[in-house]
Ligand binder design. Structure first.
Ligand code: SAM
Length: 292
């Protein structure tokens, strides 16, 4: 029966009580619409067995919604001014731990293990600071944590790029880097009016679900990702031209690229944006890395 933090009046009251002014440089756009929070929690499919990591609790609007329908929340907040505020607003809950750290610098596994059993279901639910959306997602995906899924608010344009399919304008190395690990879909679009202050960009809730196994099995993951990045350096150029720029234009390199592309069944005149993740995988495995 607690009053929601996320109503416009309660948010205003909390900010005033603590003399808090929002910092644009930290991506502080707070949600003041409880219905959106309910939809986010629903999209995450939380239950009393699931632990949740949150990034940027702000004054705790989403945090309390998540806490009400999960086992334990661990929330990373960088802004020291918010720590006493959160102590106040989240005091009714006994299953929330606020960690005063930059999430990008945090040793996630170590910090999480202090509070939760890492074998239990684990989700990330957050309204992300938009200036570091991609680094945060990659930090989670590349961590050693077994995260079952992420339900995260971000700029709609970034969500479009992450979920893009081959051949579309938004498809690129970011789509592949994330879809390699996770199934990606846009859960819903969020109007600007639910935030204080309102951001200049449109927002969306992205839902990422861990795959049982990667879309492709590759011999050398590092080379696979390097090849993808190289293929998109100049979007308008063919894969052939981009790879020559990256690996050099000698006759040896040309011969190796020709052979590799042919073995993978890829026309050198195609552009990177037309290749599926599986095709990039095939190409990576068809090239003799030691020659490049
Ligand atoms: N969760 C609140 C909400 O939905 O109303 C606030 C979300 S606000 C978009 C982003 C939050 O992330 C802010 O509280 C900001 O201080 C915090 N933040 C920004 N950079 C961060 C970082 N590197 N690590 C942890 N938190 C960060």
């Amino acid at each position: 029966n607690l009053k929601d933090i996320a109503t416009p009046s309660r948010t205003k009251e909390i900010l005033q009580k603590h003399g808090f002014s929002l910092k644009k440089s930290l991506g502080q756009n707070f949600i003041v619409e409880p219905n959106i929070l309910a939809s986010i929690v629903k999209a995450a499919g939380l239950d009393e067995h699931t632990n949740v990591i949150e990034v940027g609790p702000g004054i705790g609007a989403l945090t309390e919604y998540v806490a009400r329908s999960s086992k334990q929340v661990v929330a990373f907040e960088i802004d020291d001014r918010l720590i006493p505020v959160l102590e106040d607003t989240l005091s009714p809950y006994d299953n929330i731990r606020v960690v005063h750290q930059d999430v990008l610098k945090a040793n996630l596994k170590e910090v999480l293990a202090e509070t939760i059993d890492l074998e239990e279901p684990l989700m990330v639910v957050a309204n992300l600071p938009y200036y570091i959306t991609t680094p945060i997602i990659m930090h989670f995906l590349e961590s050693e944590l077994r995260i079952d899924g992420l339900v995260i608010m971000m700029q709609k344009e970034v969500a479009d790029r992450i979920t893009a399919a081959p051949g579309s304008k938004a498809y690129g190395s970011l789509s592949i880097a994330i879809q390699y690990y996770m199934e990606a879909e846009i859960a819903f679009i969020v109007p600007k009016t639910v935030f204080v202050p309102q951001p200049n960009v449109d927002s969306a809730i992205l839902k990422l679900t861990r795959r049982d196994k990667p879309v492709v099995e590759v011999k050398d993951e590092k080379f696979f990702f390097e090849l993808i990045r190289a293929s998109f350096v100049q979007r308008r150029k063919t894969i052939w031209n981009n790879l020559l720029i990256r690996y050099g234009k000698t006759d040896e390199i040309k011969a190796e690229l020709t052979a590799g592309l042919e073995k993978a069944g890829i026309d050198p005149k195609r552009r990177g944006e037309s290749l599926s993740i599986a095709e990039f995988g095939k190409l990576a495995d068809s090239l003799r890395i030691e020659l490049l």
